[in-house]
Design a protein around this ligand. Structure first.
Ligand code: AMP
Ligand code: ZN
Length: 115
């Protein structure tokens, strides 16, 4: 746990969230400011700043994160209609919370390229 990290505090239950999934390694909760009808954030419990800060040994954890996104999409009933997984990284990537998180967005047609 990193002090003063919003998502570490959410993972620890110190700040409330609308949780949709939780296990030993991963927590998934609803984004407070949804950008789509379904907008879930999936985070590792381990504090990792961003994709850019990943280490070789985080590979298994990142695999779990992606597989959990797949399962959450099934559970929410959006697997067939489709969804978008986004990992904003660094300043130009639009990252505002510096604890790695995967956005799972669904429920509307997404456009490309992203803004
Ligand atoms: P990013 O801009 O990729 O770093 O995404 C951070 C996301 O965290 C944004 O979509 C915010 O709406 C979301 N967010 C910020 N605070 C909270 C919170 N307390 N609970 C849930 N989502 C949050
Ligand atoms: Zn953190």
């Amino acid at each position: 746990m990193s002090e003063n990290c919003l998502f570490c505090k959410i993972a620890a239950g110190e700040i409330p969230s609308t949780e949709v999934y939780s296990d030993e390694h991963i927590v998934a909760f609803r984004d407070i400011s949804p950008a789509a009808p379904q907008h879930i954030l999936l985070i590792p419990r381990k504090h990792i700043q961003s994709v850019a800060a990943l280490a070789e040994q985080d590979g298994e954890l990142m695999g779990k994160l992606l597989l959990t996104a797949k399962q959450v999409a099934i559970d929410l009933g959006i697997a067939e209609s489709g969804y978008r997984c986004v990992l904003n990284t660094g300043e130009d990537g639009g990252q505002t919370v510096h604890h790695l998180h995967l956005h799972l967005l669904a429920g509307r047609q997404m456009s490309w390229p992203p803004g």
